[in-house]
Design a protein around this ligand. Structure first.
Ligand code: PMT
Length: 406
């Protein structure tokens, strides 16, 4: 599965650096092309010559190489299909999480737009440090794969969590990511995320508790599987794929409809407000001494999902018997219910007319709104239902694409 793939290994200055010699051999045995970049400190633990011989490539250390016309960090980043940083020290993790580029490895990581695996290894006290954990969460939330360290006897003499994870695990994860990547190659996928923001006046709005995590996890997964991704989001986020920022349901509808024509799949994970204020005051509404109650009139928002399904039907009817028929997007809705989940979801899929409906129970605190986890039932328009047990939103996202694209 790795044959012909370009793997870029980043080695930082930790004792586990010596183990990476074997990882290079594993990738080479699988016929991958391996390039290595090191921080200067990594060379305290392993020699350049060893890495060069094993990878059969020159090893990158210096950021400013006067022999090369192309900036090194860009060429390393351009050529690789995946970047694996192992071992990753707390220092390098902190720099990457905060966009600091003070050596070749961190500059390559900053310019890298494809899947990245980070395998931390350090003293257990350092691993438990709040700032290190915050940096790890930041990277993970931004689509970087983190292979957490194992527990055990550490080189520094402590027993605890900090050992570089098994090389076999790094190898398998690399295969899995590059294999997944093939699946959506050439497909354009549009995903909505977050709760819509319906303004009342210049400082107040109506919204809901959607954090955007589910939609963003889907967008990350689609991107890592090779898709051309557009995320239409009410939550600000920076991604290596296209992000369109929107606020209200009307903005979201406009943005989704603009993308409809050349898209293979549209997933509505956003929590769209059903109503908006009939009129938005263009000033801050004032209270007076005798104001005890106010009434805000609400008007129904358009149902974006339903109108997409209608549009798809029209495309299918008008192009019957024609090649373009297969070009109508697969339309996937979500269904947020606090009771009678499956029965309500069955009604919703037939009412809205989408191809798939992902039902989740929003009454539970351990899944759904704002949680890092979800548990869903995938309803298909042919009436079949598949249940996915509770897992991280990232895992659920991959499984949803597996269900749609096999
Ligand atoms: O963002 P997180 O914190 O990660 O939480 C994830 C989630 C719980 C928001 C997500 O998993 C989810 O359930 N999203 C759909 C929420 C929702 O609006 O559900 P609904 O059952 O009210 O709507 C059904 C479908 O119609 C949804 O796909 C929704 O996007 C769409 N809709 C709803 C109303 C409307 N006016 N237009 C729409 O397109």
């Amino acid at each position: 599965m790795l044959s012909g793939k370009n793997i870029l290994i980043g080695i930082t200055g930790g004792i586990a650096a010596y183990k990476i010699c074997e990882l290079i051999r594993m990738y080479k045995r699988a016929n991958a092309n391996v390039r290595v970049v090191c921080t200067p400190n990594a060379l305290n633990f392993v020699t350049k010559l060893t890495l060069q011989n094993l990878s059969q490539n020159e090893v990158g250390i210096e950021e400013f190489n006067t022999d090369n016309y192309k900036p090194e960090h860009i060429s390393y980043a351009d050529e690789a299909d995946i970047m694996v940083i192992a071992p990753a020290t707390a220092n390098t993790i902190g720099k990457i999480a905060n966009g600091i580029c003070d050596n070749l490895l961190t500059s390559v990581a900053c310019a890298f737009k494809k899947p990245m695996i980070i395998c931390p290894a350090m003293n257990c006290g350092m691993w438990d440090n709040t700032f290190v954990q915050n940096n790890i969460s930041k990277l993970s939330e931004n689509g970087v794969y983190i292979l957490e360290p194992d527990e055990g006897f550490l080189a520094c003499g402590y027993n605890g969590k900090g050992r570089l994870c098994d090389l076999e695990k790094i190898f398998k994860q690399t295969e899995e990511i590059l294999n997944k990547e093939q699946k959506l190659f050439g497909k354009k996928i549009v995903i909505t995320a977050g709760g819509t923001i319906e303004q009342i006046d210049t400082v107040r709005y109506i919204s809901n508790y959607s954090s955007g995590k589910m939609g963003i996890a889907l967008a990350d997964a689609a991107y890592n599987m090779g898709a051309d991704v557009i995320l239409i989001s009410t939550v600000n986020t920076q991604k290596p794929y296209g992000v369109i920022s929107v606020k209200s349901a009307i903005d979201m509808q406009q943005a989704v409809e603009n993308e409809f024509d050349n898209t293979d799949c549209i997933i509505m994970a956003a929590a769209v407000a059903d109503f908006r204020a009939t009129e938005i005051a263009d000033y801050k509404m004032k209270k007076t001494d005798n104001t005890e109650t106010i009434t805000i009139e609400l008007v129904k928002n358009p149902d974006i999902l339903q109108s997409l399904c209608k549009k798809k039907k029209q495309v299918l009817v008008s192009s019957a018997g024609n090649e373009t028929l297969s070009k109508a997007p697969v339309i996937v809705g979500f269904c947020a219910e606090s009771e009678n989940l499956i029965n309500n979801a069955k009604d919703k899929i037939s009412k809205k007319g989408c191809d798939y409906l992902i039902a989740n129970d929003i009454s539970r605190k351990d899944i759904g709104f704002s949680s890092d986890y979800n548990e869903v039932s995938i309803l298909k328009k042919d009436g079949t239902i598949k249940h996915l047990e509770r897992a991280s939103k990232q895992e659920i996202a991959y499984k949803i694409f597996e269900e749609i694209y096999g």
